[in-house]
Ligand binder design. Structure first.
Ligand code: PLP
Length: 242
């Protein structure tokens, strides 16, 4: 990693962006007949250096999302995480489960039964219960992980038998779409499954969180019932990968 030099201009824009996005999420919720506090704003902090993340936290951010286990564990000591919820949102390999179970408040990227089984197994050994979301590959894209919507119910019944994992809802990243109308179809489909599954009252499965929407499409997601908007670049600026 290069030597870190604080960029005051970037710090200022993080502040402006955070305030603006918080407001826009509230306004969008209200526009679609929802309560202004019905959507949680998650600050997605992958590749972002701790001072900028701490700025968002200082302004009221109470939920952060990290993609990589190593990156999160490596930088969390520099974060002011008091009262802040941490979610893992990136692809998780079964061999990393041991390192992350119990270190975050939720794993949003449970993309297979096999991964769920490993999370439950490791969590049992640690005497904890891991809260999770099931990741749906809503556009059936080869480049993305997650289960297909047709497999959701069966998958949930399987996971519901596992003792130390608790499914709290669904997460998805839709395909890149050319228009808001197009992306809303995916979000609507996901919301409908969320409602259908909730109505089935499956033991040990709760449908509380519907995590959908990112910088480019969060308004469409909020319109279609999202209650966690995962925002990275619109707050912290374009990512530089290192
Ligand atoms: C990076 C990422 C986001 C945020 O993406 P932006 O377009 O920068 O807002 C949201 N969800 C997941 C799973 C991500 O990996």
């Amino acid at each position: 990693m290069e030597k870190f030099i604080l960029d005051e201009g970037r710090m200022k824009s993080v502040e402006e962006n955070y305030k603006r996005i918080s407001e826009e999420i509230k306004e969008t919720a209200v526009k679609y007949g929802r309560n202004e506090n019905s959507v949680r704003l998650m600050c997605v902090t992958k590749t972002v250096e701790p001072p900028y993340i701490n700025k968002a936290i200082e302004l009221g951010a109470d939920l952060i999302g990290e993609n990589r286990v190593q990156e999160y564990l490596g930088k969390r000591d520099e974060l002011n995480l008091n009262g802040v919820e941490k979610h893992l949102i990136g692809h998780l390999q079964t061999n990393k489960v041991r390192q992350i179970a119990g270190e975050v408040d939720m794993i949003e990227s449970v993309s297979s039964v096999k991964l769920a089984r490993e999370i439950s197994r490791v969590s049992s050994l640690k005497n904890i219960q891991s809260k999770c979301l099931v990741e749906i590959n809503i556009g059936k894209e080869e480049s993305k992980s997650g289960i297909f919507i047709e497999e959701l119910e069966e998958t949930l019944y399987e996971i519901s038998e596992m003792p130390s994992i608790k499914v709290m809802g669904l997460m998805a990243i839709p395909p890149v779409c050319g228009s808001e109308t197009e992306v809303r179809v995916y979000f609507e489909q996901l919301h409908q499954s969320f409602i259908d599954i909730k109505a089935k009252n499956i033991d040990n499965i709760s449908m509380e969180f519907l995590s959908m929407g990112m910088s480019g499409d969060y308004k469409a997601a909020v319109a279609e019932g999202s209650n966690i908007a995962r925002i990275g670049s619109a707050i912290f600026g374009a990512r530089k990968y290192f």
